[in-house]
Design a binder for this molecule. Structure first.
Ligand SMILES: Nc1ncnc2c1ncn2[C@@H]1O[C@H](COP(=O)(O)OP(=O)(O)OP(=O)(O)O)[C@@H](O)[C@H]1O
Length: 412
């Protein structure tokens, strides 16, 4: 199983330019997480800080018990071997063919024989659909193939953690769907912890188990995908729907006067071309390709999420329970409620006559999954108000500390 990554109070600036501050989150082991955020909010800087390519000003990033912010160069070198990184452009060496590009980390970091290297490189090229393309130079292949070659290279050292910077950049929607499928299939096959940085909404809605968002130099939220996908946070609503109207402006943040003017213009019937439809709500998650086994990360994640279900906002609970099969609902002792009116049908795509699913009570201990407490997502104390929550730290919630910071459990 992939490694857990625990990030606490991470803060980064360049000179006087603050990039983000007090970022606190845990990447659950073997799960797929994604970080959203408008351009320039520091998503790439975040990835680089996680592997020690950039040094945060303060905070911790703990992997296998080692804090990479403060550890020695030697330790950092060792920890970096746990990572596979897919940079935006694949970061391939232009003068080397794909075979040598993919073989490069093995020749640099291991003493493996050329026979062993050939076996590993062939396996990774096969996994990424590049078998037969090993003699090609990066300049001779498409952007999608370059991404896949970058991914093949990121896999050769059997990483426990895979960081992916904008897998969709430069790709059409169809190629983006293929690379998304590849990431889910990889997670199924090697059970690595994956963090994807993206502003592709479709990918964010369908691929990850967990979703977070950076904005205004802070982590707006991070948690199970259903929390962000059903969030009422204006910045999340604007971002998921790709609207101009909202707190995000051309240079990231709008002033309140501009926002008020836009609201007034919209009320007066002015169309700015933004879509009317609200895409928020929980949609089906991408599954492994047919023929692959069950994704154990998804099963572990479901157990973990059901343990913290009662701490999540009502809309997220609703989305999670609705996505369970009847057998799973019985297993976790939850069921859709009957007779309760829907609180906000328009937001979640439910008809007026449909019912809000409800948790029928605390999840019984025999159904709480097998995860030890330290592998359960951390919920800031005071948000859930539930001291029994295994992830509850007992601290007051801080802005950007991992889950909806302002609105409390209901998120409203
Ligand atoms: N090495 C550096 N030195 C100084 N400033 C930097 C450095 N790297 C990044 N920045 C600044 O940090 C900010 C965040 O950059 P970053 O590339 O992380 O944003 P991003 O969210 O990944 O954007 P995009 O989605 O457009 O790729 C930018 O203002 C950028 O200019």
């Amino acid at each position: 199983m992939g490694a857990e990554v625990v990030i606490e109070g991470l803060t980064k600036s360049f000179g006087r330019q603050a990039i983000w501050r007090d970022v606190t989150l845990t990447l659950p082991p073997g799960e797929v997480s994604a970080m959203l955020g408008p351009s320039g909010t520091g998503k790439s800087v975040f990835l680089k800080s996680m592997i020690g390519l950039l040094k945060p000003d303060r905070g911790r990033c703990v992997i296998n018990g080692v804090d990479i912010v403060t550890c020695s160069e030697h330790k950092l070198y060792e920890i970096r071997k746990l990572f596979g990184v897919l940079f935006q452009d694949g970061a391939l060496f232009g003068s080397m063919n794909l075979y040598d590009n993919v073989a490069f980390p093995l020749r640099e970091h291991t003493k493996k024989s050329e026979t062993e290297i050939r076996r590993i490189v062939s396996e990774k090229l096969e996994m990424t659909g590049l078998a037969g393309a090993d003699k090609k130079l990066p300049g001779e292949i498409s952007g999608g193939m370059r991404k896949r070659a970058g991914l093949a290279r990121a896999l050769v050292l059997d990483p426990q953690i895979i960081l992916v910077d904008e897998p969709d950049s430069g790709l059409d929607p169809v190629r983006t769907a293929y690379i998304s499928q590849l990431l889910i299939d990889l997670n199924t096959q090697i059970d690595a912890t994956i963090l994807i940085v993206t502003h592709n909404i479709n990918l964010a809605r369908t691929v990850p188990d967990n979703l977070g968002m950076l904005f205004r130099k802070e982590l707006v939220m991070f948690g199970p995908r259903e929390v962000l996908l059903t969030s009422d946070e204006p910045v999340v609503e604007q971002f998921l729907n790709g609207r101009k109207r909202g707190p995000i402006g051309m240079s990231e943040e709008k002033d309140s006067a501009t926002m008020e003017r836009e609201e007034a213009e919209a009320a007066a019937g002015h169309s700015d071309g933004s879509p009317d439809e609200d895409v928020r709500g929980v949609v089906a998650q991408m599954q492994p390709s047919p023929g692959l086994p069950e994704r154990v990360g998804a099963r572990r994640r479901m157990d973990r999420v059901m343990r913290i279900l009662h701490t999540l906002p009502a809309a997220a609970q609703e989305g999670i329970i609705e996505s369970l099969s009847p057998e799973e609902q019985r297993h976790y002792n939850v069921r859709p409620s009957h007779g309760a009116p829907v609180a906000a049908p328009a937001r979640h795509g439910l008809a007026d006559t449909q019912q809000i699913p409800r948790v029928t009570g605390p999840v019984p201990s025999q159904h709480q999954g097998e995860l030890p407490a330290d592998q359960v997502a951390r919920i800031p104390g005071g948000w859930s108000g539930n001291p029994g929550n295994p992830g509850n730290t007992g601290e007051a919630p801080r802005p950007g500390s991992g889950y909806p910071p302002r609105n409390g459990p209901g998120g409203a």
